[in-house]
Design a protein around this ligand. Structure first.
Ligand code: ZN
Length: 214
């Protein structure tokens, strides 16, 4: 009886595997390694401020991956003009939770390393890729196109339809940023569960190139 019971109890636990954000489950090993991060960043027209070597690598590896999937011109179209700031802490958001990143100033991604209470923010690399999704959408005016062309909502991470505090939202912007991150670091599930979103990214941003790590 106990065995049966524990088996029954296990089912909902197993079914409940949806991540809060793609950043938690994304594989950074899907990203290519930039040989000389500093020069690539300069070449792409990106500026960084306050970055440690490991953080610089995250930005450069993302640029390298996009350039390899497409070409240098397209990678520049996606990333040029970007300014990335890494700071010790960005403080709290309006609902009192720790803020890992923001883009309150156009063309600037601000990333935090720790919360005001000293808690180290996990998955910073994945969060950067998500933030880059917002940057690209703003730069190339992709939110309205995504809304018009992708009719089926993608829900492979909770953040696509819920806030951090669990409140439901209908912001297409967060779905877009999560889909962008998934294309780069979690593409298998994206292609299977959200084919329309996957195809939008493939055609609109990646010049028809399939994601790595499929
Ligand atoms: Zn976001």
């Amino acid at each position: 009886m106990l065995k049966i019971l524990s088996f029954i109890l296990l089912i909902p636990t197993l079914a409940y595997t949806k991540p809060h954000m793609i950043a938690e489950v994304g594989k950074l090993s899907c990203l290519d390694r930039a040989k000389s991060p500093k020069s690539l960043i300069k070449e792409m027209g990106i500026t960084t401020s306050g970055t440690k070597r490991s953080e610089l690598k995250v930005v450069a590896n993302t640029a390298e991956t996009i350039a390899k999937m497409t070409n240098d011109a397209q990678a520049k179209r996606i990333m040029s003009g970007l300014k990335v700031f890494f700071k010790k802490t960005l403080g709290n958001n309006s609902s009192g939770g720790c803020l890992p990143a923001h883009q309150l100033i156009p063309r600037q991604i601000h990333m935090g390393r720790t919360c005001p209470n000293g808690y180290k923010i996990p998955n910073v690399e994945g969060i950067f890729v998500h933030e880059l999704g917002h940057f690209v959408a703003n730069k190339l005016g992709l939110y309205p196109k995504y809304r018009a062309q992708v009719k089926k909502r993608c829900k492979i991470s909770k953040y696509m339809y819920q806030t951090s505090s669990g409140r439901k939202h209908k912001s297409i912007n967060e779905e877009f940023a999560e889909v962008f991150a998934a294309y780069l670091i979690y593409p298998k599930k994206l292609k299977r569960k959200c084919p329309q979103s996957y195809e939008f990214m493939r055609k609109k941003l990646f010049l028809g190139s399939e994601a790595a790590c499929l």
